[in-house]
Design a protein around this ligand. Structure first.
Ligand code: SF4
Length: 720
C-alpha cells in the first residue's frame, strides 16, 4: 500500500453513528480509510461501509457535468432517461439559467404551492439549511421535506408531544452504563454496527441485560436475556402490556410521576385493557415474556430504550413511539446518564437535516412555520418584508407526491434523494412523477428519480466538500475536503447559492436574504443566530470531537444527555392509547406479512453502495422466508418467487432462514431490480404522515428464473 501524501480526518457519509474517518490520499485519490483509536464516537472501529464503501466516488457511472434532457418533457408523458443518448452536456450557466427561468415561470403562473423540494439527509447541515431557505425565502413555499418523514417521523412526533424534544436523549456509548436496555425495531448489528459493538461490550464486560422486541431473530437476540418476537404492527399492544404490568405490580417511580409528568390518570385508565393475555392474543408474544420484560426493565437502576425504523414506520407509528415513551416515564428511566429514549437515526445527517429546517412544518430548530413570532424572526434574519414568509404548514414527502397534478405541485427539486426508491407504493409514485412539469435533480448519479429530470446538476461527494453533519446522538462534526471535486461537480451549498442569486434577480427580491457565503462556516453561524440549540456551535470549536447540541452559547460545553431536571415542554405528558392493527393484515388472498429493512453491506436506496465494491458482497435482493412456510409453498433455498401485494409485484430469490418468524417475510429495500416499495402500503400515520413500510399483506408464488429483473444502471457517464 502506498504511503499517504496526506491523511484527512472527516465523518462517515453512511449511517447516523457518525464514525470518524481518516481518508488516506495520494495524488488526489483516496486509497485507504482508517479511523483513529482516540475517536470518542467509534474508538477506531469501522463497519464495512465506512471502511470500504468510499469507491462510489470513482464510479464510471458518476455524472460530473451538468446535463439537460435532449427532448422536452411534458406532464403526463414524462419518461425516465437512463441512456446517455437522451441527455446532452450543458454549461453551469445554461443549466442554472434554465432552472431559474422555469421555476420562476411556474411560480408566477401557479404560486408557491406549485413548487416543492426534497432536501437530503446525506448532505450537510449547511446544504439543507440553504435549500430550505431558498424555497422559503424566494418562493414562499413550505413544501420542503426529506427522508426523515420516511423513517423517524412517528418518533419525532411522539417525542415532541410527550417531552418537547425529538432527539436521542443519551450519548450512544452511555449504553455501557445500563443495567438493562431494550432494543426494538432495530437490527442494530447491521444498521448501526458500531453502536451494536458498544451494546455487546455492555453485556459481555459490564453484565447488562438486553431485552429484544423484534419480529426477526436479529443477531442481537444471541446476546439477549429476553426476546419477544412480536408480529409486525403490534408494538402498542406489547409495550402497553408492559406498562400494564408495571402499573399493576406498582413498579412505577412515584416521585418521578408526581414531580415530572402530567395526564397520568387518563393514561393509566387506558392501560387497563392491555393485559398480557390481550397482548399475547394480538402479538403472538407469550404473556410470561411480557411480564418478565416489564419487571426487568422497571427493576433496573439504569435502563434505556433504543429503537429504529421498526417502531415509527407504521400507520400508527406515533402511538408505537408513545408506548415506548410511557415505559420511561412510568419508571423514571430518563433524565439521568444511562437512562433515556434513543431513536437511532438512520442516515448520517438525518438529525442535522431536521435541525436545519428541512421539514414542512418547521423552520430550523423546530420553530413552527405557523407561529407568528418564529416567522418574524426568520423574516428579520433573511431580510424579508414582514408577513412575507408563508405561515401555512407545507406538504410532507408522500403528500408532495400525492399532490402532483394540474392545480397542485408542478415542479420538484430533488437534492440527493430518490423518491422512486424510497416512497411507498412505487407504481403510484411513478405515475405521479410522470405528471410533473419540471424536475431538477442534484446528485452524484442519475438515479431512478433523476432519470425523470429535465436538468441534472452534478454535486460533489462528501469527500470533496466541507460542512458539518449532526449524528444520531446530536454530535455536530466536521466534514473536510480530502480531494478536489471530480469534473465540474460543485458542492451542494455552492450550487444552491448560485441558483438563489439568479432567482433573486428574476423574482425582483434583490433586497432579500444573504447568498454570497464564502464558506459553510458562515452558513452555520447564520443558523446559530436563529436556532438557540446551535448558538454555540462554531467551526473553530468542532476541530476535535465536535459538540453535542444543545450548545447554548460560545462557552457551553455541549449536552451528553438530555432532560436532567426538566423537559423542554415542562412536565412530560402521557398520552392514552388504544390498539389499532396494521392497515393491512393477512387474509386468504394475501396470507403473509411483508416487512422491509436494510442489510449491513448496503445503504438505503443504494445510491452509494450499489456503485461500490460493496455490491459484490451482497449483489441481489433476497427475501427471507421461514423454513415451514417454504415447505408449505414447496419453495427451496435460492429459488425464484413472485411476491405480490395489492399495489404491485416483484420477482426475486428466497433465502430460507429462521431469522424471520412464521408467516412473516422480509425484503431489503436497496435493490432497484426488486424494489420492495413496489409492494409497501402508502397509508399514512395521521399525525406524523409516515407511511406503513413495516407491515403489508402479500402473497407468494413460484416464478421462473427468467423473470428476474436485471440491474438498470444509468449509462450516463461523467467527464473527469
Ligand atoms: Fe459509517 Fe455507520 Fe459504519 Fe460507522 S457504523 S463506519 S458511521 S456506516
Amino acid at each position: 500500500m502506498p504511503k499517504a501524501e496526506r491523511i484527512v480526518t472527516t465523518t462517515c457519509p453512511y449511517c447516523g453513528v457518525g464514525c470518524k474517518l481518516e481518508l488516506h490520499v495520494q495524488d488526489d485519490v483516496i486509497f485507504n480509510v482508517t479511523s483513529p483509536f482516540a475517536s470518542v464516537v467509534n474508538h477506531g472501529n469501522l463497519c464495512v461501509k465506512g471502511r470500504f464503501g468510499y469507491d462510489f466516488i470513482y464510479s464510471p457511472h458518476r455524472v460530473t457535468v451538468p446535463m439537460l434532457r435532449r427532448e422536452p418533457q411534458f406532464p403526463g408523458t414524462r419518461t425516465q432517461a437512463f441512456a446517455l443518448s437522451e441527455w446532452r452536456e450543458a454549461s453551469w450557466e445554461e443549466a442554472l439559467e434554465l432552472i431559474a427561468e422555469r421555476l420562476t415561470a411556474i411560480y408566477r403562473r401557479d404560486g408557491s404551492d406549485a413548487l416543492a423540494a426534497y432536501c437530503c439527509a446525506k448532505a450537510t447541515n449547511e446544504d439543507n439549511y440553504l435549500l430550505q431557505k431558498l424555497f422559503r425565502a424566494l418562493f414562499r413555499t413550505n413544501h420542503i421535506d426529506h427522508c426523515t418523514r420516511l423513517c423517524h417521523a412517528g418518533s419525532v412526533m411522539a417525542l415532541q408531544l410527550a417531552v418537547g424534544s425529538s432527539a436521542m436523549s443519551n450519548t450512544a456509548s452511555e449504553v455501557i452504563e445500563n443495567d438493562v436496555f431494550l432494543i426494538t425495531g432495530s437490527n442494530t448489528t447491521e444498521n448501526h454496527p458500531i453502536i451494536a459493538l458498544q451494546m455487546k461490550a455492555a453485556i459481555e464486560k459490564h453484565g447488562a441485560k438486553l431485552i429484544v422486541v423484534d419480529p426477526r431473530r436479529i443477531e442481537m437476540v444471541n446476546y439477549a436475556a429476553l426476546w419477544l418476537p412480536l408480529l409486525p404492527g403490534t408494538d402498542v399492544a406489547v409495550f402497553s402490556a408492559m406498562a400494564h404490568v408495571i402499573l399493576k405490580e406498582k413498579l412505577c417511580n412515584e416521585d418521578f410521576l408526581r414531580e415530572r409528568t402530567e395526564n397520568f390518570a387518563a393514561f393509566a385508565a387506558s392501560m387497563e385493557k392491555f393485559t398480557p393475555e390481550f397482548a399475547e392474543a394480538v402479538s403472538s408474544v407469550q404473556r410470561d415474556l411480557i411480564v418478565q420484560a416489564a419487571r426487568l426493565y422497571a427493576g433496573a437502576h439504569n435502563a434505556a430504550i433504543y429503537w429504529s425504523l421498526g417502531v415509527p414506520e407504521s400507520s400508527h407509528g406515533t402511538d408505537n413511539a408513545f408506548s415506548l415513551i410511557h415505559l420511561a416515564l412510568l419508571t423514571g428511566h430518563i433524565g439521568r446518564r444511562g437512562n433515556g429514549l434513543n431513536p437511532l437515526r438512520g442516515q448520517n445527517n438525518v438529525q442535522g437535516a431536521s435541525d436545519s429546517g428541512a421539514m414542512p412544518w418547521h423552520y430550523p430548530g423546530y420553530q413552527p412555520v405557523d407561529d407568528e413570532a418564529s416567522a418574524l424572526k426568520f423574516e428579520q434574519e433573511w431580510h424579508i418584508e414582514s408577513g412575507g414568509l408563508n405561515r401555512h404548514k407545507g406538504l410532507t414527502t408522500t403528500e408532495i407526491i400525492g399532490a402532483i397534478a394540474p392545480g397542485g405541485v408542478r415542479s420538484l427539486y430533488i437534492m440527493g434523494e430518490n423518491p422512486m426508491m424510497s416512497e411507498p407504493n412505487l407504481n403510484h409514485t411513478r405515475h405521479k412523477m410522470q405528471d410533473l412539469e419540471f424536475v431538477v435533480a442534484q446528485d452524484l448519479f442519475i438515479n431512478e428519480s433523476g432519470a425523470f429530470a429535465d436538468v441534472f446538476l452534478p454535486a460533489t461527494s462528501w469527500a470533496e466538500k466541507e460542512g458539518t453533519f449532526t449524528n444520531t446522538d446530536r454530535r455536530v462534526q466536521l466534514v473536510r475536503r480530502a480531494i478536489p471535486a471530480r469534473g465540474q461537480a460543485r458542492a451542494d451549498w455552492e450550487i444552491i447559492c448560485a441558483l438563489a442569486l439568479r432567482l433573486e434577480q428574476r423574482l425582483g427580491r434583490a433586497e432579500s436574504a444573504k447568498w454570497d457565503y464564502a464558506h459553510p462556516s458562515e452558513v452555520l453561524a447564520e443558523m446559530g443566530r436563529l436556532v438557540p440549540e446551535y448558538a454555540g456551535v462554531k467551526y473553530a470549536r468542532l476541530e476535535d470531537e465536535g459538540l453535542q447540541v444543545p450548545v447554548w452559547d460560545d462557552q457551553h460545553p455541549g449536552t451528553p444527555f438530555l432532560f436532567e431536571g426538566s423537559f423542554p415542554r415542562g412536565r412530560a405528558k402521557f398520552h392514552p392509547l388504544d390498539f389499532r392493527p396494521a392497515a393491512e393484515t393477512p387474509d386468504q388472498e394475501y396470507p403473509f406479512i411483508l416487512t422491509t429493512g436494510r442489510v449491513l453491506e448496503h445503504w438505503h436506496g443504494g445510491s452509494m453502495t450499489r456503485h461500490s465494491k460493496l455490491d459484490d458482497l451482497y449483489p441481489e435482493a433476497l427475501m427471507e422466508l421461514h423454513p415451514e412456510d417454504a415447505t408449505r409453498l414447496g419453495v427451496e433455498d435460492r429459488q425464484t418467487v413472485r411476491v405480490s401485494s395489492r399495489r404491485g409485484t416483484l420477482v426475486l430469490r428466497v433465502s430460507i432462514t429462521t431469522r424471520t418468524t412464521l408467516g412473516v417475510v422480509f425484503i431489503p429495500f436497496h435493490f432497484r431490480e426488486a424494489a420492495a416499495n413496489l409492494l409497501t402500503n402508502d397509508v399514512l400515520d395521521p399525525l406524523a404522515k409516515i407511511p406503513e413500510y413495516k407491515a403489508c399483506a402479500v402473497r407468494i408464488s413460484k416464478a421462473d428464473e427468467s423473470e428476474l429483473a436485471r440491474p438498470q444502471a444509468t449509462q450516463a457517464r461523467g467527464r473527469y
